[in-house]
Each structure stands twice: as structure tokens, then as C-alpha cells.
Design a protein around this ligand. Structure first.
Ligand code: BGC
Ligand code: ZN
Length: 376
């Protein structure tokens, strides 16, 4: 089969055509024909050989972790899937250590040992190929109405896991309605999203659906295509070239949540001083290590204490976040049909992969079309 393969030792990224086709070997497995695979910053890092590990016994890693596939075959004991279903497959697989309580509880997104594997990232081949086999427990069925946008489910799970933890943390505030419906919970509260890439815009949509008044704080001065997209959602777009962090704080009032989606620590720590009272700061980015920067740590520590602030990071996602992402994506499609489709700025054939990952083609979320490889 064709696959996009990264060879870390020889520093090559290429489309190979001799990747072996996987077969069902366990009764709980299903086989997928891949339709769409999204490209993200993690893929870019893997393709510049800064991240990513091939499976044991291979000198290459098939990349791709933001996926959509169609079930073409199911094992004898598969009960949650049928041929023809569309599915998004989860990325992380548990470590083997008996003492890892997270992995043993099926929550490898909280793995303690670091010996988890990730499809398309760490020691397991990914989805940028023709066919994939995996266990049904890692597959999430998506309604056919979401065919064109379901590749956004995986990047949306980042926000879903972050927001789920936010609600758990904010249960500490006794006046918040514990069982308020999802649409109401953020009402009257302010969220700021740092960054207007795919993770930022999907996070903005999720925060708006949760009821937050949401502002996106990003680099490029408005108007620009991303600012127009953000404003069409009903969020505010504010450029850091035109508004300082201090002014941002004054404009918004109490900032209840800051959702970082830029992956740059300087921006994050510049904004942290305007985090509000009883508020949470959520990190989602994984910055490359650069030179140390100056940060006013006394101010951050004072505020964390005097304002009951919580600062937390979130990585990967569990089954619940995938389910929530599928539910929310359907809501996004209803509420903003144009904008949610506009997030996917291009579908490219597998042979154009290098142009997509190198950033030669611009846009927001670019997708590799695998459907055409195996379509009958
Ligand atoms: C993926 C996550 C993964 C993380 C770290 C992200 O791009 O979306 O699933 O856990 O990279 O490898
Ligand atoms: Zn990703």
C-alpha cells in the first residue's frame, strides 16, 4: 500500500508504496479504508525529525493521527461497528506497566510512565495510508452528515478534554449550577483564546457553544481571513500588534478562562498577568525549546494565590472527549455551516504531502485525501 513514511535516521520523508496491508488478526478488530487525514504542527515536527519514533523493527514511521476512515470489514466479536460506518480512531495506546493506574483504567491520556504509544507519532504506524486495522474500542462512529468535516474531530478533542477538566475544577465554585446544560455553563463568563490556528478556532467554537463570551487574541492585525472567520462565529478578534495584554484585560473585564493554542510560551506568559479571579489558564501547546525568557514570577505567583487561579496543561484525549467532539462538531455544523467547512482550506493528494507539511501551501487545516486511492 501507499503510505507517507518518515525515516528519522536518513532524514527522509517520502511516499512509499510497499507498506504491508494490515489484516484483522483479533475478533474485536475492524479494518478501515482511510478517507481523510489532517496535517498539524506535530506532523511538521515529526517531518523535521524533532519528534516521532518508528515502531520496533522499522526504520520508518507512517505518520498521520487526525483521521477519518470507513469500516470495510469487522472481526467476529465486533459489536459497536458495522461495515459502512464512518469512524475516527483514537491516537494513544496504553503502556504495559501493571502499576500504571491511568492506563489500567483505560485512561492512557493520563499515562504515568510515559511508555504509552501513539499512532502516527510514537512507536505505532499512523493513518496516512490506504487501510488501517485497530481494535473497535479505539474507534468512534461519526454520523454520515459529518463526512466532510469529521477529520476535525481529533484536533477538537484537545479543547473537549480541556473544557471537561475546566468544569471539574470549577465545581469548586459552589454557586455554579453543577447540572446546568452544556450551553449554559459558560454564560456570563469570559474566555480568551490565544492563537487563531485550527486548535484555537476549534477551541473558540467549543467555548462559544459552552456559552462563553469569547475573544481570540492573535498575531495578525485585523481584518484578515482568520479574523473574519472568528468574527463570523460571534467571537471577538483582537490582534496583539494593536492591543497589549494589559489593554486586553481592561477591555474584557474578569477573564475566567485563557485557552492557549499558540504553542509559544512568550505569548502565554505575557498574557498570564491578566488572568482573572477564580480563573483557569489552560495550556495545550508544546513549544520547542528556545532560549529562556524573562517572566515576572512574583506577579504570577501572587496572583495565583490571591485570585485562586488554576494553571493546567492537557494532552491527548480519552473516549469521552472524542464523543463530545463528535457531538459538538454536529452543533458547529448546524450553527456555523460555512465557517466550519472553511476551516478545511484544502484537500491534497498523497503525492503533494511534502508541500502541505512544509507549509508551502498555506491555509488553516489542510487534509490529505486518501479516499481517492482506494475508491471503487
Ligand atoms: C496529538 C495528540 C498527541 C500529542 C503528543 C498531538 O498533536 O493531537 O493526540 O497526544 O500530539 O504526541
Ligand atoms: Zn495533531
Amino acid at each position: 500500500m501507499k503510505a507517507v513514511a518518515v525515516f528519522p535516521k536518513t532524514h527522509e520523508v517520502k511516499v512509499i508504496d510497499n507498506h504491508e496491508e494490515p489484516q484483522i488478526t483479533q475478533p474485536t478488530q475492524a479494518k478501515l479504508r482511510m478517507l481523510d487525514v489532517g496535517v498539524c504542527g506535530t506532523d511538521k515536527e515529526i517531518c523535521s525529525f524533532e519528534y516521532g519514533t518508528p515502531p520496533d523493527g522499522y526504520d520508518y514511521l507512517v505518520i498521520g493521527h487526525e483521521s477519518l476512515g470507513e469500516v470495510i470489514e469487522v472481526g467476529a466479536n465486533v459489536s459497536t461497528l458495522k461495515v459502512g460506518d464512518l469512524v475516527v480512531t483514537m491516537v494513544r495506546r496504553p503502556c504495559n506497566h501493571p502499576e500504571c493506574r491511568a492506563c489500567r483504567a483505560g485512561r492512557q491520556d493520563f499515562c504515568f510512565t510515559g511508555d504509552f504509544t501513539e499512532r502516527g507519532i510514537k512507536q505505532q504506524h499512523g493513518f496516512m495510508t490506504e487501510y488501517v486495522v485497530d481494535d473497535e474500542q479505539y474507534m468512534n462512529v461519526v454520523p454520515h452528515e459529518l463526512r466532510d468535516i469529521a477529520v476535525l474531530v481529533e484536533p477538537l478533542t484537545i479543547a473537549e478534554k480541556g473544557i471537561a477538566q475546566l468544569w471539574q475544577i470549577q465545581q469548586r465554585l459552589p454557586w455554579l449550577e453543577p447540572d446546568a446544560t452544556a450551553g449554559e455553563r459558560g454564560k456570563g463568563h469570559h474566555a480568551v483564546v490565544l492563537g487563531a490556528g485550527p486548535v484555537g478556532i476549534l477551541g473558540t467554537m467549543a467555548l462559544l457553544v459552552a456559552g462563553f463570551e469569547t475573544s481570540v487574541y492573535s498575531r495578525t492585525p485585523a481584518p484578515n481571513p482568520k479574523s473574519q472567520l472568528v468574527e463570523s462565529l460571534g467571537a471577538k478578534y483582537i490582534s496583539d500588534q494593536q492591543t497589549t495584554a494589559e489593554q486586553l484585560g481592561q477591555q474584557i473585564g474578569n477573564i475566567d478562562v485563557i485557552y492557549e493554542a499558540v504553542g509559544a510560551s512568550q505569548v502565554a506568559f505575557d498574557v498570564m498577568p491578566v488572568l482573572g479571579t477564580n480563573a483557569a489558564f489552560i495550556f495545550t501547546g508544546v513549544p520547542g525549546r528556545k532560549a529562556p525568557i524573562q517572566v515576572d514570577t512574583d506577579l504570577i505567583m501572587r496572583d495565583a494565590v490571591l485570585k485562586n487561579q488554576i494553571i493546567f496543561g492537557t494532552v491527548n484525549a480519552g473516549k469521552d472527549a472524542f464523543q463530545n467532539a463528535i457531538r459538538d462538531l454536529a452543533i458547529f455544523q448546524q450553527r456555523w455551516p460555512g465557517a466550519v467547512h472553511a476551516l478545511i482550506t484544502g484537500r491534497y493528494p498523497i503525492d503533494s504531502f511534502n508541500d502541505v507539511v512544509s507549509g508551502k501551501v498555506g491555509g488553516i487545516k489542510n487534509v490529505i485525501d486518501l479516499d481517492s486511492l482506494t475508491k471503487k
